[in-house]
Design a protein around this ligand. Structure first.
Ligand code: ADP
Length: 327
């Protein structure tokens, strides 16, 4: 028989994402509602290793649903990669009597949770908190919708200038390994090209299109590029295009960290609330070492060991849509 979870810890780990606070709030309040004790673990796995852990009450999560970032703070923790670090973490959890964990983070954080739950008898449940949406087993991740909407708002503004001056803008969005922010924001802003890490880019084709558009005097062009594309981001693409088409007025805009922050959208608050609620239910029902995702608007549970192996696949059709709608 699986042991009963009575005291749970919640932490946010890895890159921050808007909506993490809504997730923490849901975990804390659902836990308390069900008679569990809830502990906040500060700065992700670092708080576990360094015993930065405190008891949370309902008021601890008041007035945070609308705030970006994470009240528990987050970090990348080198010590947790080592068996000694994880042993310290286990000892600290045991000291507080914590016998269940909710980890809000990306695939790296899930890998940490998976390793930890293999070694120690502390069940872990993950919530996908990452702006990159690069986790298989869920249609959306907490923070993605907000990040994309921030990118769309910025790109719309850039389009005004691109139009006024007949310029080519190359806009770099976040995504070192994943092109979802680029693909979604590119389609939503009518970009002519979207360059992403998951696909090879035919740069000759782009240059040919730009030359052809120059002839047709269609001079407003937006190219959205994920930071991890094969050329190494917007500056590099600009250099290549400038060298080949010197008449083009090329400008680069790197959106950077504005995409991480800000008040979460309604959608991110909703999924974070639903997922947080579900995570506590999982721990109470003995559905251990899974992460809670959403597929077709229903909760969906994927074992952590499967989650760390797979990535969401980019849709060929969506790439085709970019081309057809921009022609
Ligand atoms: P994200 O969760 O956003 O993908 P990271 O990849 O930086 O972020 O992972 C967050 C943290 O998870 C790491 O700093 C580390 O503490 C822990 N972690 C990641 N992978 C492992 C692993 N294989 N073993 C143990 N801990 C890990």
């Amino acid at each position: 028989m699986k042991k009963k979870v009575t005291k749970i810890g919640v932490l946010t780990s890895g890159g921050d994402a808007p909506g993490m606070n809504a997730g923490i709030r849901a975990v804390v309040r659902t836990g308390l509602y069900n008679g569990l004790e809830v502990f906040g673990i500060v700065r992700g796995y670092t708080g576990m290793v360094e015993d930065d852990i405190y008891k949370m009450e309902s008021r601890s999560v008041a007035n945070i649903i609308q705030r970006g970032g994470t009240i528990l703070k987050t970090s990348r923790c080198k010590e947790f990669f080592t068996p000694e670090g994880r042993k310290k973490a286990y000892d600290n959890l045991t000291k507080h009597g914590i016998n269940g964990l909710v980890i809000i983070g990306g695939d790296g954080s899930f890998r940490g949770a998976q390793t930890f739950s293999n070694e120690y008898d502390i069940p872990c449940v993950g919530l996908p908190g990452t702006i990159d949406k690069d986790i298989a087993g869920t249609d959306f991740t907490i923070g993605f919708d907000t990040a994309v909407n921030t990118a769309v708002e910025a790109i719309d503004k850039i389009r005004d200038t691109a139009d006024a001056h007949d310029r080519l803008f190359i806009i770099e969005v976040m995504g070192r390994d994943a092109g979802y922010i680029a693909l979604h924001s590119g389609i939503a802003t009518g970009a002519e090209n979207v360059l992403i890490p998951e696909r090879k880019t035919d740069i000759e084709e782009i240059i040919k299109q730009l030359a052809e558009k120059e002839r047709r005097h269609k001079l407003v062009n937006l190219i959205v590029v994920a930071e991890g594309d094969e050329f190494g981001g917007a500056d590099e693409i600009a250099k290549i295009i400038k060298a080949r088409l010197p008449a083009q007025d090329v400008r680069v805009c790197i959106l950077g960290h504005i995409q991480r922050g800000g008040s979460p959208t309604c959608f991110d608050r909703l999924i974070a609330s639903r997922m947080g609620y579900s995570a506590v239910e999982c721990l109470m029902e003995g559905k251990f070492n899974v992460f809670v995702g959403m597929v077709n608007n229903r909760m969906h549970y994927t074992p952590l060991n499967e989650a760390v192996k797979k990535k969401q696949r980019i849709s060929e059709e969506w790439m085709k849509i970019v081309k057809i709608l921009a022609s």
